[in-house]
Each structure stands twice: as C-alpha cells, then as structure tokens.
Ligand binder design. Structure first.
Ligand code: SAH
Length: 271
C-alpha cells in the first residue's frame, strides 16, 4: 500500500465549490486520494470541476458526513490546521515537524487525518480540541491562508517528506517501551479521558475561574507528548472514576472507606 493512502484530508463546513475544487487539484497533484467533507454548504459539486481538471476520480470518492466525529471514526491521529499562532495553552506544531510526526505514525500503520476549517472562521476551539495535535503553517503577521493554499502546502510537504525514506522505520517510543499486548491509546480514548477528568475536576470544585478549558487543554498537550497506551488509559480512567465516586459519596454525606497502600510511592522522600 502507498504510504500516502494512510492520509485523509477533512474539510469542515466548506462553503465554496471553487475552494473544494482547488483542494482536490492540490491533493491530486500531491498524490492524496481521500477527501471527507463535514457538513458542507449546499453546493453543486460538479462546479468543483471548474478549477479541478482531471479529478473526477477524487470527486466520485468524496465522503460526506454530518459531524467531525463521524469523519474521525477510522482515524488514529488527527492534525487540526489553524491560522492561529500557538499560545501557552494552545500548543501547536510547526507544519514541517507535524508532517514528520504524521509520517512516523503512518509508517507504524496508523491512519492519519489533516483537518482544515471553514473559509471564514476556521475551526472552533471544540473542533481543534477534538484533534490530537494543532498545526500552524509559518506565515508573515498575516497568518490566514486561503483554504486550498493551506491544503496545498500541507500536501506538498507531505509528498516531499514521504520521499525521504528513512534507513529504518523509527518505531513509536510507545511501541518500543511498553508491555507486550498493549497498544497505543486511540484518539477516542484520549478524548474520553479528558472529558472524564474535566467532569471530575468540576465535581471536586477544582475550577476557581470560569475558563475550565485551559487546564484540560494543557493536560491534552501532555497526553499527546506522553503517547499513552491502552493499559495506562484504563489505569487513569479507573483513578478518575474513584475520585468522582469519592466526591459523590462526600456530597451525599457518606464517609468513603480508605485503604492505604502498604507502602506508597515516594514515602522515602517525604519527611
Ligand atoms: N479566518 C480563519 C482562517 C480560515 S482559512 C481563521 O482565522 O481561523 C481556512 C483554513 O485554512 C483554516 O481553518 C486552517 O485549517 C487553514 N489555514 C489557513 N491559514 C493557516 C495557517 N497559517 N496555518 C495552518 N492552517 C491554516
């Protein structure tokens, strides 16, 4: 199978058939075949052919879905492209490193999506949070590229980097270092973990400010760097569930039972 077949381009709510046509042209030029439109504006897709010569095959295989979640069901890692520059809470990768990472993932048989936003307003924060990584394409101070030009730059970089064949496929750290029988946590699992963490934090009154997303976005960055495995996902989910149970019992005035571990981690260091 061609390496680039592991990649899918997702356009969220595209409005203009000419832009969709230019995206198809860019994809065809760079050797990508899988295009998904999430809830596109009413449009005559035949009009895409005005700007996209010789892309009939792509046009026929376009997948149209209602939500971004639907588009991501068969995807292991998704990269959300945003014109917004990184901030402390919105870590984003520069495009070249994002592409290099995506190729390492694809060489380890994972399926990848590049997600692009609406022509006028880009991706919402919720949609960006749904992606495992945010990506920024370097520009001048005027950061907002035309949708199809952003796709072209991403696909061009992907094609170029895919041709630099590594001497040996770099295994993901997680595949090397972890227990046999485990697998990388899926994107759905990581998102579910964050949702449960957020709910538990609300329950225990962690949030003092009305901007709850900040802390969870930072934990999301951490999870992405850590490349957690499914057994670790279950461990963390179990811990979070216990914190939630504890909080619910306390709310109902019931004293929860406590069992101390025989020797807790770090006892030696704590005076
Ligand atoms: N005005 C919008 C930009 C929309 S451009 C905004 O500020 O978000 C349409 C899409 O092209 C964006 O959602 C993004 O996916 C992509 N895009 C445009 N410029 C980009 C850049 N500099 N880096 C990464 N993606 C970019």
């Amino acid at each position: 199978m061609n390496l680039l077949d592991s990649f899918k381009i997702i356009l969220v709510e595209p409005q203009n058939p000419i832009n969709v046509g230019n995206v198809m042209r860019a994809m065809k030029n760079m050797g990508l075949h899988r295009l998904t439109l999430v809830h596109p504006a009413e449009m005559d897709l035949q009009r895409t052919q005005i700007s996209a010569h010789r892309t009939e095959d792509l046009l026929e295989s376009i997948e149209t879905v209602d939500t971004l979640d639907d588009a991501l069901t068969d995807i292991h890692e998704s990269f959300g492209f945003s014109a917004r520059k990184r901030t402390q809470t919105w870590a984003s990768l520069e495009m070249e490193s994002a592409i290099a990472r995506s190729l390492t993932l694809a060489r380890n048989d994972l399926h990848i999506a590049f997600v692009f936003g609406r022509e006028q307003t880009g991706l919402t924060n919720e949609e960006l949070a749904r992606c495992s990584c945010r990506v920024h394409i370097a520009t001048s101070d005027y950061t907002s590229l035309n949708l199809a030009q952003a796709v072209l730059l991403a696909c061009y970089s992907l094609l170029r980097q895919s041709r630099i064949v590594p001497a040996e496929v770099q295994p993901l750290a997680k595949l090397e270092n972890y227990a046999p029988g485990t697998r990388p946590a899926t994107q759905d699992e990581r998102i579910r973990l964050l949702k449960c963490l957020e709910n538990a934090l609300v329950q225990i009154g962690y949030y003092k400010s009305p901007d709850p997303n900040t802390a969870v976005h930072r934990v999301q960055n951490l999870l992405n760097r850590a490349e957690i495995h499914n057994d670790e996902y279950h461990l963390l989910m179990g811990m979070i569930a216990e914190i939630s149970n504890y909080a619910s019992l306390m709310e109902r005035g019931i004293e929860p039972k406590k069992i101390r571990p025989a020797k807790s981690f770090g006892d030696d260091q704590i005076p």
